[in-house]
Design a protein around this ligand. Sequence first.
Ligand SMILES: Nc1ncnc2c1ncn2[C@@H]1O[C@H](COP(=O)(O)OP(=O)(O)OP(=O)(O)O)[C@@H](O)[C@H]1O
Ligand SMILES: [Mg+2]
Length: 224
Amino acid sequence: MASLKLVDVTKVFGEGTNEVVALNRVNFESRQGELTLILGPSGSGKSTLLTIIGGLQSPTSGEVYVNGQLVDVKDVKSSDFFRLNQVGFVLQSHSLVPFLTVKKQFELADRVKKQNNLQTEQFNHYLQILGIDQLLDKYPNQLSGGQSQRVAIARAIYTNPDFILADEPTAALDSDRVKKVGELFKQIAASEDKAVVIVTHDLRLEQFADHVYHIEDGAITQTK
Ligand SMILES: Nc1ncnc2c1ncn2[C@@H]1O[C@H](COP(=O)(O)OP(=O)(O)OP(=O)(O)O)[C@@H](O)[C@H]1O
Ligand SMILES: [Mg+2]
């Protein structure tokens, strides 16, 4: 059963007078089949938390468990493997490759990881829900902020990962799109049995979440 767990995770940046405690003894859990939302204002530690969950950076102290197994955060090789095979990221910057069309962004993911991708039919269905099925031949600089955000969401789903981690996936979207994206994430968690974690300040997503955490100044509390 796919699960992610953080135990007493602290992340400190800088030293002395420059020291910033971005995460302060965070305890958090996310399970397969569930959409978990982490709400917090700017600078509260959301991106730091999500990148630690996904093995992109290591905590200063505390433990990370994936599927019940303690992750050796210093073991770069195994955390690379985890990222590649089990995690789909929607990064805050959307991070599309500028010289590739939308369609080629997906083909790139294909080259990195071949097995287990979604069936074409099913993926096309998601492209339609996201409203980007007509944009496949466009380049990132021809897309609006909201469109590239939705392409980034599709790219994370495409490789059919066990975990989908999204950083502010709805920041550039109007309310109708937020509803569609919220429903899509919820559906993917429930019917595809994924563990979906979204960090955001967008309260419009709260209604779609199975579990809700609030983070402020690096401290987290669960409210649902
Ligand atoms: N690499 C870094 N070096 C130093 N400080 C950092 C670093 N990354 C984050 N911080 C600090 O840690 C705190 C949390 O940052 P983080 O990016 O996690 O916030 P956030 O909740 O994602 O904010 P936003 O909503 O604006 O994206 C901030 O005070 C930030 O300045
Ligand atoms: Mg952030």
